[in-house]
Design a protein around this ligand. Structure first.
Ligand code: FE2
Ligand code: FE2
Length: 405
């Protein structure tokens, strides 16, 4: 018996209702040139077989005298299917821990294909401008994404929105002002990763996932700060020109490394200190809770910034002076703006004071001055971790925007 002749009986099943899947499957079990005898009772079987075999590139011969139950046609397996996938490229490998899984420069033709998929030749080229692994990648991305996914909290239930707020109206004014400032900054922190996300080659899947969940974190921060501001009031506070000028420079930075250096290392790093300060000093439990929840998320955002920038700096030490130049340029660009956000500084003092008592104001003032020095210390520490010299770290931290973000 010829091992290359197979048989399939479709019974009543026609090619109009999935019969072709069974034929395809049977042909796949045969070598190119192998033959398949098709039996079946569907009245249109011969017509449909003729069309299908033509479109799939399989020669077919019909039997004229078909006995009851005999084969109505013999299909010879054509080379089309193997030919189509010959030359297909494996787009890396799914598991990033496998050597070579994440390549340095993924092909534009891998496009949206899952990493590790086999990509048919002739797939369209996509224009993802960010394709360099050293620019975006961090081995920590997958773990940070998993942490973030596990740590998502529901603003409706994670905060006790009914906790008592007993402080005077004027103190509430300062809380609303600080929330207004936070919302504006969180909006910048949402837009920057979201805009880069759409430009990164999807081969770097874990980075896309992490930036997406980071944007979702910021969406929740915006929500809880807005909700806190409106808890007792109908209106928000002031937005300053200087604050917006500062954030605008972040949104306008087109370079991935520079943007995340300014946003995550310097900006979100400073915000971490601010949020923990609010957690400890805010006059009511709701404000303390929303600040803590946001701070926990921000720590991951800073961690990812440190991880990909450290890797990038290892691969390209010339990046370090570019990072330093970006801080100086931003400082110069903002030199003519009011810079110091008086409304926020004053609001923080009164918020920390909790009353207009002289001693309380003096203590609030001291704590805000200490907050600024804590921010500076923390920024310098992160700059040292990125390999900057002590003196350089000190100088760059001092040049960081007084808007905090
Ligand atoms: Fe945030
Ligand atoms: Fe953030």
């Amino acid at each position: 018996m010829n091992v290359d002749v197979g048989t399939i009986d479709l019974g009543d099943l026609g090619l109009d209702r999935g019969g072709h899947l069974l034929i395809k499957r049977a042909l796949r079990g045969l070598p190119v040139g192998g033959q398949l005898d098709v039996h079946g009772r569907h009245p249109e079987l011969a017509v449909h077989l003729r069309g299908w075999c033509r479109s799939e590139g399989h020669p077919v011969r019909f039997f004229t005298d078909v006995d009851a139950g005999g084969a109505i046609a013999r299909i010879t397996r054509g080379p089309a299917e193997t030919g189509r996938w010959r030359g297909a490229l494996a787009a890396g490998a799914a598991d990033p821990a496998v050597a070579g899984a994440v390549v340095d420069r993924p092909s534009p033709r891998w496009g949206l294909a899952a990493r590790g998929a086999k990509v048919e030749q002739g797939s369209p080229a996509f224009d993802f401008p960010i394709v360099a692994k050293e620019v975006v990648w961090a081995d920590e991305a997958a773990a940070l994404y998993a942490q973030a996914a596990a740590a998502q909290w529901d603003p409706a239930t994670a905060v006790d929105w009914t906790a008592p707020i007993t402080h005077p109206d004027e103190i509430e004014d300062t809380v609303v002002q600080v929330m207004t400032f936070l919302i504006e900054n969180e909006t910048a922190a949402l837009i920057v990763p979201a805009s880069f996300l759409a430009r990164i080659h999807p081969h770097f899947r874990e980075v896309l996932q992490l930036l997406a969940i980071q944007a979702a974190d910021e969406a929740r921060h915006i929500e809880v700060f807005t909700r806190r501001a409106l808890l007792l009031r109908k209106d928000l506070g002031l937005s300053t020109a200087g604050g917006q000028e500062s954030l605008k420079t972040l949104l306008e930075e087109p370079d991935f490394a520079l943007a995340f250096f300014l946003l995550s290392i310097l900006g979100e790093g400073s915000f971490l200190s601010l949020l923990w300060f609010l957690h400890e000093n805010a006059p009511d439990p709701v404000t303390r809770q929303v600040a803590r929840l946001a701070a926990q998320d921000e720590a991951r955002h800073v961690a990812f910034g440190l991880a990909h920038l450290r890797r990038h700096l290892d691969a390209d030490p010339a990046l370090r002076p570019r990072l330093a130049a970006a801080v100086k340029e931003r400082h110069d660009a903002l030199a003519d703006t009011a810079g110091l956000n008086e409304e926020v500084f004053d609001a923080l003092v009164v918020l920390a004071a909790g009353s207009w008592d002289h001693a309380a104001i003096a203590s609030g003032y001291e704590r805000v001055v200490k907050l600024q020095s804590d921010m500076d210390q923390a920024r310098r520490g992160r700059l040292l971790r990125l390999g900057f010299a002590e003196s350089e770290a000190e100088a760059l931290s001092a040049l960081h925007t007084r808007n905090f973000m």
